[in-house]
Design a binder for this molecule. Structure first.
Ligand SMILES: *[C@@H]1O[C@H](CO)[C@@H](O)[C@H](O)[C@H]1NC(C)=O
Length: 241
């Protein structure tokens, strides 16, 4: 008995399915039970299904909701929010007839592009020390890095590798040789110039000392004796007067 009831039920459902499937509506209509109702236009939802005597009654999408195609939906769809946590921001805000369009934030590129927007974005990768930025990242492409080669370096933020400073051409001494990551370090020449300066100072002091010595000797000889002589003469003349 129970088996029979179940069988009847299944048969009924099958028949209903079949009846449903033979009710085919044209593309501007939607099917509700066994009726074809005119669709609501984008930006609107169904408020009341059509009847034998009335057409479909529609209502606009309000709040943060939309429907972007002709439809027979009883409710509008929720607008997408562009989540900064996923590297996204609004490109075009939500309208009743179109969903929000997102685009990558500054410094991000799109990893899941849509027709006119983006669904997911990722931060541009940064170049490592020893690499230069060969191509700056865009909204749709990641940064492209390349290794420095030869006698050049980059800390990862340069758009080209910088040649190492040649200390000797600056008349300086190399303290640290350059690497792919950093420039060479130059310092003042210590050994030869300092020796030269010290030598020069010593020489100057010696020359000055000798000069002063000779000066005192010669000047002294000339000044003391002739002056004393003339003083003597004057005094002598004075006394004679
Ligand atoms: C760049 O350099 C790194 C380490 O210095 C090395 O592992 C990598 O293979 C190099 N890449 C290319 C493309 O030469």
């Amino acid at each position: 008995m129970r088996h029979f009831q179940v069988l009847i039920w299944i048969l009924c459902l099958k028949v209903l399915d079949y009846v449903d499937s033979i009710v085919v509506c044209n593309p501007s209509e939607y099917r509700i039970v066994n009726e074809c109702c005119p669709m609501c236009s984008p930006g609107n939802r169904v408020y009341k299904h059509c009847t034998e005597f009335t057409s479909t009654s529609c209502a606009p999408c309000i709040g943060s909701t939309y429907i972007d195609e002709p439809n027979g939906l009883p409710a509008c769809l929720s607008c997408t929010t562009c989540d900064p946590g996923f590297g996204l921001m609004d490109k075009q805000s939500c309208r009743p007839s179109s969903d929000t369009v997102c685009e990558p934030l500054e410094g991000f590129y799109c990893t899941e592009p849509t027709k006119d927007g983006c669904k997911a974005a990722q931060r541009h990768s940064s170049c490592k020390p020893g690499q230069y930025i060969r191509q700056k990242g865009t909204k749709s492409t990641d940064t492209v890095c390349s290794n420095c080669t030869g006698e050049s370096y980059s800390d990862g933020s340069f758009t080209s590798c910088q040649p190492h400073t040649q200390c000797d051409t600056l008349k300086l001494q190399q303290i640290k040789p350059g690497t792919r990551l950093s420039d060479s370090e130059c310092g003042p020449q210590t050994s030869p110039p300092t020796a030269v300066i010290i030598g020069a100072v010593v020489a100057l002091v010696l020359i000055t000392a000798v000069g002063v010595g000779v000066g005192i000797f010669v000047f002294g000889k000339r000044k003391v004796f002739p002056c004393m002589q003339s003083d003597f003469e004057i005094t002598a003349t004075d006394e004679n007067l």
